[in-house]
Design a protein around this ligand. Structure first.
Ligand code: ADP
Ligand code: MG
Length: 258
C-alpha cells in the first residue's frame, strides 16, 4: 500500500498541498483516479508521492516503510514509477530502442541479471542479452507496438508516443504506476484506445495505478475509486458514481467556482 499522511507543500504563499492523507492499493491492482479543477494540487500530490518534490510536512509510506526522504530513482526500484504528462521518450531512437534503454536503466541500477558469485559460469552475457530482447518483445506485444517497433519516436502519432512512454514505465517493473493526465495531447480518436491499453496491461500485471484525469467519461468507465482534490485538500473520496451524486464536486469540476 502507498500512503500519504498529512502532506503539505507550499510554493511561496500558495498552499499547493494542504494536509492530504490518502491511501492507494487498498486492494491489489486498484485503479484510483484523481480529479479536481486546475490548480487543485493534483500534480503536486503525485510529485510528492514519487519524490520529485519534498513535502514541508507529512510522510509518504510504501508497504509499511517510510520513504519520505527517499530519492525518486530509489523509489523506482521499490516499484513506485511515474509516467509524465509530457512524454519523455528519446526522439532519435526507434520504439524498440527506447524500450531497451528503459530496461537497461533498470538492469544497470539493480545489477541486472549479472550472476551472483556462486552462479558465475552458469549465466553468460548472451543469456542476459536474450532475456532483455524477449522482455522487449513482450512489452511491444502488450502495448500493440510490434508493427512500429522500428519507427523513430519522433515520427509517432501522439497516442503511440503515449503508449511507448507507458511501456517504458512498465519496463521499470512497477507495483505502483502514477500517471499525470495520460490522455493529454492525445487526439479524441486515440483516447479510448490509449487508456484501454494502459488499463488492460495494468490489470494483467496487477499494478496499482494512480491516474490524474480530466476526462470524466474515462474516470467513470475505469475507476475503482475516485479522489477529488480542491485547493490542496481532499474534497471527497468514493466510487465513480460520486461524480454524478456530489453536486458540489460537479460544480467544482465544471469550473463554475473557478
Ligand atoms: P493541478 O495539477 O491540480 O492543476 P498543481 O499541483 O500543478 O495543480 O498546482 C497547484 C498550485 O500550486 C497551483 O496554484 C500552481 O500554480 C502552484 N504550483 C505548482 N507547482 C509550482 C511551482 N513549482 N512553483 C510555484 N507554484 C507552483
Ligand atoms: Mg497538473
Amino acid at each position: 500500500m502507498l500512503q500519504a499522511d498529512g502532506l503539505k507543500k507550499s510554493f511561496g504563499k500558495i498552499r499547493a498541498t494542504d494536509g492530504v492523507s490518502v491511501e492507494f492499493g487498498k486492494t491489489e491492482g486498484e485503479m484510483v483516479f484523481i480529479v479536481g479543477p486546475n490548480g487543485a494540487g493534483k500534480s503536486t500530490l503525485v510529485n510528492l508521492l514519487t519524490g520529485l518534490l519534498e513535502p514541508d510536512e507529512g510522510t509518504v509510506t510504501l508497504n509499511g516503510e517510510e520513504i519520505t526522504d527517499m530519492r525518486a530513482d530509489q523509489r523506482v526500484h521499490q516499484g513506485l514509477v511515474r509516467s509524465f504528462q509530457v512524454v519523455k521518450v528519446f526522439e532519435e531512437m526507434t520504439v524498440r530502442e527506447n524500450i531497451r534503454t528503459a530496461l537497461l536503466i533498470k538492469r544497470k541500477k539493480t545489477g541486472g541479471l549479472r550472476p551472483r558469485k556462486m552462479l558465475q559460469g552458469l549465466f553468460s552475457l548472451d543469456d542476459e542479452h536474450e532475456e532483455i530482447e524477449r522482455t522487449i518483445d513482450d512489452l511491444l506485444e502488450q502495448f500493440a507496438l510490434e508493427d512500429i517497433e522500428h519507427t523513430l519516436a519522433e515520427k509517432l502519432p501522439h497516442g503511440d508516443r503515449k503508449l511507448l512512454d507507458v511501456a517504458m514505465s512498465f519496463a521499470l517493473d512497477p507495483n505502483y504506476l502514477l500517471l499525470d493526465e495520460p490522455t493529454s495531447g492525445v487526439s479524441a480518436q486515440e483516447t479510448d484506445y490509449v487508456i484501454e491499453t494502459i488499463v488492460d496491461v495494468s490489470e494483467q500485471q496487477n499494478v496499482t495505478t494512480v491516474t490524474i484525469e480530466h476526462d470524466m467519461d474515462i474516470v467513470k468507465n475505469y475507476a475503482d475509486r475516485v479522489i477529488a482534490l480542491h485547493q490542496g485538500s481532499v474534497h471527497g473520496e468514493g466510487p465513480p458514481t460520486m461524480l454524478e451524486t456530489d453536486q458540489d464536486l460537479r460544480r467544482l469540476l465544471l469550473g463554475v467556482e473557478e
